[in-house]
Write a protein that binds this ligand. Sequence first.
Ligand code: ADP
Ligand code: GLC
Length: 489
Amino acid sequence: MSGKFNVLFLAPEVAPFAKTGGLADVAGSLPDALRRQGVDASICLPLYRTVKEGGFRLTRMIAGLEVPLGAGKLACTIWSGETSQGTPVYFIEREDLYDRPNLYRNPAGDYYDNFERFTFFSRAVLHFAQHAGIRIDVIHCHDWQTGLVPVYLKTLFRGEPFFLNTTSVFTIHNIGYQGLFPPEKLRLSGIPYSEFHPEGLEYWGQVSLLKAGIVYSDVITTVSPRYGKEIQTAEMGLGMEGILRKRSDSLYGILNGADYSQWDPAVDPHLPVRYSAEELKGKKECKTLLISEMGMNERMADKPLLGFISRLSGQKGCDLLLRVAHRVIEDGAGLAVLGAGEEHYEKAVAKLAEDHPGRIGVRIGFDEPLAHRIMAGSDILLVPSQYEPCGLTQLYALRYGTIPVVRATGGLADTITPFDQATREGNGFRFESFEPESFFSAIRQALSLYRKVRIWRQLAVSGMKADFSWDRSAESYLEIYRGLLTWDH
Ligand code: ADP
Ligand code: GLC
């Protein structure tokens, strides 16, 4: 590559600063991987309360930066910090918008002003870059919260010499979150109403910020090849399939990677005991300690332990989990669940532990260290998603010697192949139809292999040695960026 190019990542969540799911893991580690390939990558996100309380070292960079919102202007402060690998991170601070207990919602529902919060963020980033003279070749936007940035570049900021060579990439992490708002809100963004039409950012009478990102960006990516195809179908495109098919020449499915500096049992600071493919002993100890941490009966240490670590939403197959849990217990296995999300699922999952004390351990809430301990202490990880753009937990499970049982959809199907006892090929167990019976039968296959101690161990060890690191995917992104730079726009 000749000369470095500058890529600014815009994401509504970035680990370890703010996280509700896998997007944070991606936005926190892909820029580091790109830097290793010579890209000048940096990251920008809102300064949420979790950032303030996280004890990160931040420096105030700009105070009183004025950004238009509606008829007026709001001032914000820009802070800078860095990831553990040294990638610059910029934070947009505006207390009334971002200093809240959660990132997007309270238990009753989404924050009423999410349009304002993320429109402000999107516009502030552009003003900030211009003000600070941060040259951007590619602005890489993630999910609906950043969907207006490509629109700004093609409308309000079109004539700005500073952004003349700035191109945009928009990554869809989940087509199910479409950023829908009433059209009156558009006024706040300053984007002209002439863009509000079905070929623009209108979606059935509403404004969709996800659609905005899809329509106005130069390149669209999503997080696995199979999901890239699925979202172009009527069954799985959730209404966006038409517009995606129209742009299929500019749509790429690139598999996410796992960040092994964060997710590797040989170095994981959250584990009571470390272990590796060469020295697996510690895994058993992690299991015993996890069983006690989850308040389960210590006798369960001799039984297979199934883990489930997830946002509690329909997407993640919570209904299937609830339907099979008691049968899993009848089969003698234990179950450790960590999750947070929709209230009705939180209650139903919590009740599982009440119904099966000692055999099912449940923790409701978001707990990063516990997620690592469940990953290590379980024998099997359940990922029965209805749909899954990529999924990261199955990749982490492989590295932790925990065998994934997944539904064959999206990135789960791209990464987990069924284990075949005859050829010893495959790295986990899969089921096709979104039915409790199919799920349970895949679990049964896993449980029956678990009894074959030697084969099980081989399977675990080969999973631990598999390489799903970011480097290959980072190269694919690099190709896309390169294509854009040589592109006359
Ligand atoms: P998604 O982004 O759809 O939630 P992924 O599999 O891509 O799914 O990523 C989920 C990430 O969030 C993983 O890092 C997983 O460990 C983490 N996670 C999910 N739920 C919790 C929770 N309740 N506590 C801690 N970490 C969680
Ligand atoms: C989304 C998807 C998940 C994906 C993650 C990171 O939250 O639901 O499948 O792994 O984004 O791309």
